[in-house]
Design a protein around this ligand. Structure first.
Ligand SMILES: Nc1nc2c(c(=O)[nH]1)N[C@H]1C(S)=C(S)[C@@H](COP(=O)(O)OP(=O)(O)OC[C@H]3O[C@@H](n4cnc5c(=O)[nH]c(N)nc54)[C@H](O)[C@@H]3O)O[C@H]1N2
Ligand SMILES: Nc1nc2c(c(=O)[nH]1)N[C@H]1C(S)=C(S)[C@@H](COP(=O)(O)OP(=O)(O)OC[C@H]3O[C@@H](n4cnc5c(=O)[nH]c(N)nc54)[C@H](O)[C@@H]3O)O[C@H]1N2
Ligand code: SF4
Ligand code: SF4
Ligand code: SF4
Ligand SMILES: [Mo]
Length: 885
């Protein structure tokens, strides 16, 4: 602490603070315009000038660090004159239509003018008319209101790393510009709105700005980063979203979906508002009682092996807990699974075998301590954009970056080494890196000796490993593999981040084992900035797994086959539980197909677009005797149902989500349920009550969470009270435990880490003369999965209106395909149509499609062949042919 004097007031401040920060903390107002707490000090507007004893001139408070004994004044006639002179210049150019301006009463220029007692410039009006950029669907840049504080351009640079805008030209001509003066939508702007959030005036402004009454703090419903958001409410409706500066993950930052992709889907007229029962092929609205009675009367008829339940990674922990409890305690089946099966199932199997826990080892917050990132099979800046921001910042601060991906994703621009590997060849790449590290002595022998086992056998496997074969299979030059290996092994600590490019393969578990080997070989575990970091996808997929929405484990990954575990749950729930593990997601579909499973209860998952081999899936689902779907929209799966139950969205309920770094965070109800929709926990509890009578008598989510705590050791110390503000990371075994930001610090969860020699196996399908291309699939920034939410947001649809098939120029020439041509893509399982986009991003021989659009149902093409351990399908590799229509 340092003692300083401001305006004769003695103040204690933290060393390293600037005068402006110290003054604000002490409640002393110094006017400023270019300052923002999350940006580097700039000193551009000079509004925060002050007088400091023994210092000449008028320094700016935002750039002056405090020193012991500093004495200063913030309000003197000289300061006031200086500030008024600056304001005169600004107001001479700025429109004076405050009363009709949307930013009225929320404008920092207005605040400063009021403080200085000025309402008009003393200088002659300067009426330069500047271009307005309204190309972005969500916001406008009106340069006529701009005061050139550079907060937007600095935010775009320092926070997002996108550098889509900058202050161009000088003096009188200076303005917020883009490369070659192109409209914003044609630049690499990611529509994140950080510029808008930072603009002190109405220059960068949302297009449909409504003044809110007050915010409700909750969690973004899209991806697993788990950004904290403030829902701005007016007259019972969401009118805007802002970031939460106090959240340790997002620190106020948001991506386009979180900031602009929420209010329209929540309030969309397509929302399901009443229960529906299908009669003579048509859905008829019904009352809750009738729909629930009907569903129960049907579900009641089936034996345990004839029913299955699909839980939801979009729903809360409390809801997933009840869904699996309903399956196990009421329907007496362990046939319960969810989209994690299509996602990080190999992470759970692979990392649990290697380390004893299948979760992300480190925290988002400690990425800034990494000296090197190895990102493979993940498109982080589009799928986990806030983590993408962190990585770009770290790289700017000197961290190294290695990217392995068949597609030149946006992060490649920042990479030291880019490995454009063939889809499905990761085991080869990772083993080659391990061999090079071992041969060159770059391994961490001490870590290996003390913390791991089975190294000798792994080392032996490396001896036999053929680097030339790795080059042939991966399609990456040996020199590049060597560079990547050296960079990763010699920059400490180094962090591996991976996602679907690694897991969605027939040998996904082997890929994950190979990742674990690489991290153990270099000792990159159990320390800040290191780790093996599987980026979990859905907002609550981590939580749905934690809650036991899986066929083999109860909450907290406690095995259903373990008699003692079952005994504990049986006594708590007062029922007998089935001991044999149930069927996984695609095994359930197989059982439906062979008419073993006759009834299915699906909560918040759109199988009919997200599962592989959709033609086969549809045939199977048509054989069901009874299908209940519980969703917020009538999706492609619900259309096949007999009963559809309308759920509320995240914005209409209480509960918790667990993000990718195991942080349990609090969801808060911001608006009343739309129509007669009900929270998922209420619906499942009603079904449970009617069918079982006991164990479902909950009147709020808190009561459910208390039951979860009592049965889940890793959540035992977590309470709503404790996660009120910033959440807590499990394991948290007791009420005094602080939570666990980094796993495996002293020892691995399983004791020692275990190496596993993995053999490369090719994907199930390779290109041949009939199907000469490899289709790989994934996501784009602007849409989420099957698009039920994002396709209902006009701006997101405008930014990406339809599916595009990305194809390399050399391949397109061979097929006489030009940009935007309609093409037919076929695999052994079916065909779809899409527009072609000739792309410099994609490796020749490979094409890329998303699965966001029902009119181009990409999963008609994909292969349901699956990993024998994790049971994940090979969504990332299918052989296809392409014909111009
Ligand atoms: N905008 C947006 N964000 C999302 C989602 C969304 O739908 N939209 N979904 C969320 C969910 S549930 C998930 S699981 C995550 C997924 O997040 P990611 O895994 O990052 O997303 P994907 O696009 O599926 O795949 C990642 C990358 O793998 C590459 N790839 C394909 N095959 C291979 C291969 O064999 N090896 C390697 N090394 N790379 C390969 C692809 O080119 C792609 O760039 O995103 C989450 N975030
Ligand atoms: N080809 C290909 N296919 C893939 C993938 C791939 O990379 N390539 N990735 C796979 C992966 S990783 C995943 S995670 C899956 C995702 O597959 P899904 O989970 O099926 O995809 P979503 O579109 O997110 O479906 C979620 C559903 O939940 C509904 N919903 C939203 N909020 C709520 C709520 O609060 N309550 C209820 N009841 N419903 C709600 C939505 O309307 C939507 O219908 O897709 C998989 N499929
Ligand atoms: S929206 Fe984001 S990427 Fe686009 S200009 Fe603004 S800050 Fe930059
Ligand atoms: S647009 Fe707004 S944030 Fe950007 S320089 Fe102008 S006034 Fe500042
Ligand atoms: S990064 Fe993920 S959690 Fe954060 S705002 Fe974007 S979609 Fe939401
Ligand atoms: Mo996922």
């Amino acid at each position: 602490m340092i003692r300083i004097r401001i305006n004769d007031q003695e103040i204690e401040a933290v060393e390293g603070q600037t005068v402006l920060e110290a003054a604000r903390q002490a409640g002393i107002y110094i006017p400023s315009l270019c300052y923002s707490p999350d940006l580097k000090p700039y000193g551009g507007c000079r509004m925060c000038v002050i007088e400091i004893d023994k210092m000449r001139g008028l320094p700016t408070a935002c750039t002056t660090p405090i020193t012991e004994g500093m004495v200063m004044r913030t309000e003197t006639p000289a300061l006031s004159d200086a500030r008024k002179a600056i304001l005169d210049l600004l107001l001479a150019e700025h429109p004076l239509d405050c009363v009709s301006c949307v930013k009225n009463e929320r404008c920092e220029l207005q605040d400063v003018a009021r403080y200085l007692g000025i309402s008009e410039s003393r200088l002659p009006r300067n009426s330069r008319v500047q271009a307005i950029d309204d190309s972005n669907p969500f916001f406008t840049l009106d340069r006529n209101r701009c005061i050139l504080c550079a907060r937007c351009t600095r935010a775009c640079d320092e926070i997002t790393g996108n550098n889509a805008i900058e202050i161009v030209d000088r003096g009188y001509e200076s303005r917020v510009g883009t490369v070659a003066d192109r409209p914003l939508v044609e630049t690499n702007c990611a529509s994140c709105g950080e510029c808008v959030a930072h603009c002190p005036v109405a220059a960068f402004i949302p297009k449909d700005y409504v003044k809110p009454e007050g915010p409700v703090s909750t969690i973004c419903p899209y991806c697993g980063v788990g950004c904290s958001i403030n829902l701005e409410i007016s007259r019972g409706k969401i009118v805007g979203v802002s970031g939460d500066l106090n959240n340790p993950i997002s620190n106020g930052r948001l991506c386009v979906k979180g900031r602009y992709g929420i209010k329209e889907f929540v309030h969309h007229p397509d929302r399901l508002t009443n229960p529906l029962i299908k009669r003579d092929g048509e859905f008829v609205e019904s009352a809750w009682d009738e729909a629930l009675e009907y569903a129960c009367s049907k579900l009641y008829q089936y034996r345990p092996e004839e029913v299955a339940v699909i839980a939801s990674a979009k729903a809360t922990n409390e809801e997933n807990y009840l869904i699996q409890k309903f399956a196990r305690a009421v329907l007496k089946t362990n046939n319960v699974d969810h989209s994690a099966r299509l996602c990080h199932a190999p992470t759970v199997t692979g990392l649990a075998a290697a380390f004893g826990s299948g979760a992300m080892t480190n925290s988002i917050g400690d990425l800034k301590e990494s000296a090197c990132f190895f990102i493979l099979g993940a498109n982080t800046s589009e799928t986990h954009p806030i983590i993408g921001f962190d990585i770009k910042q770290a790289v700017k601060n000197g961290a190294k970056l290695v990217v392995a991906n068949p597609v030149k994703i946006p992060l490649v621009r920042y990479a030291d080494v880019y490995l454009q590997i063939n889809p499905g060849s990761d085991v080869m790449l990772l083993s080659a890196m391990c061999k090079i590290i071992n041969d060159e002595g770059l391994l961490d022998q001490e870590f290996i000796d003390q913390r791991t086992e089975e190294f000798d056998q792994f080392k032996k496997s490396l001896k036999k490993f053929d680097l030339e074969q790795a080059v042939a299979v991966t399609g990456v030059p040996l020199e590049d593999i060597r560079k990547a290996a050296r960079l990763y092994a010699s920059s400490k600590p180094a962090s591996i981040l991976y996602a679907m490019g690694v897991t969605q393969h027939r040998h996904g578990t082997d890929n994950v084992s190979a990742v674990a080997n690489l991290a153990m070989l270099t000792g990159n575990l159990g320390k800040p900035g290191g780790g093996v970091n599987p980026l979990r996808g859905q907002n609550n997929v981590q939580g749905a797994c934690d809650m036991g929405a899986l066929p083999d484990v109860l909450p907290g990954y406690q095995k259903v086959s373990d008699d003692q575990v079952r005994a504990r749950f049986e006594s708590a729930w007062g029922v007998k539980l089935p001991p044999a593990p149930g069927l996984s997601l695609l095994e359930i579909i197989d059982a439906v197909d062979r008419k073993q499973i006759k009834a299915l209860y699906v909560v918040g998952e759109n199988l009919m677009l997200s599962d592989p081999d959709l033609n086969h899936l549809k045939k199977a689902l048509m054989k069901l005797e009874f299908l209940v779907v519980q969703d917020i929209f009538m999706n492609e799966t619900a259309e096949l149902a007999r009963v559809v139950l309308p759920s509320t969205t995240f914005a209409e309920k209480e509960g918790t989500f667990t993000n990718t770094e195991r942080r349990v965070q609090r969801l808060r109800k911001a608006i009343n349920p739309v129509g007669y929709s009900k929270p998922d926990w209420w619906i499942t509890a009603q079904l449970g009550k009617r069918l079982c009578g006991k164990g479902f008598d909950f009147s709020n989510s808190t009561q459910i969470f208390e039951e979860i705590r009592s049965l889940t050791p890793s959540y035992a110390g977590i309470t709503y009270e404790r996660v009120q503000n910033n959440g807590m990371q499990w394991p948290c075994p007791s009420i005094n435990h602080p939570g666990t930001p980094i796993l495996h610090v002293e020892a691995f969860t399983r004791g020692k880490g275990v190496f596993k020699a993995v053999k490369y196996l090719p994907p199930a399908e390779s290109p041949d003369t009939e199907y000469p291309f490899i289709l790989t699939t994934g996501r784009s920034l602007y849409h989420f999965h099957t698009g039920t939410m994002t396709r209902r947001v006009r701006g997101l649809k405008q930014l990406q209106p339809m599916e595009t098939l990305e194809i390399a120029a050399t391949d397109a020439v061979g097929l006489e395909i030009e940009d935007n041509d309609l093409v037919n893509v076929s695999s052994r399982r079916g065909s779809v149509r899409a527009r072609a986009r000739i792309s410099k991003r994609i490796k020749p021989g490979t094409i890329f499609m998303t699965f966001h659009f029902p009119e181009t149902a990409t999963n008609i093409l994909t292969n349901a062949v699956r990993d024998p351990v994790a049971k994940i399908p090979e969504l990332k590799v299918a052989a296809v042919k392409i014909e111009k229509v």
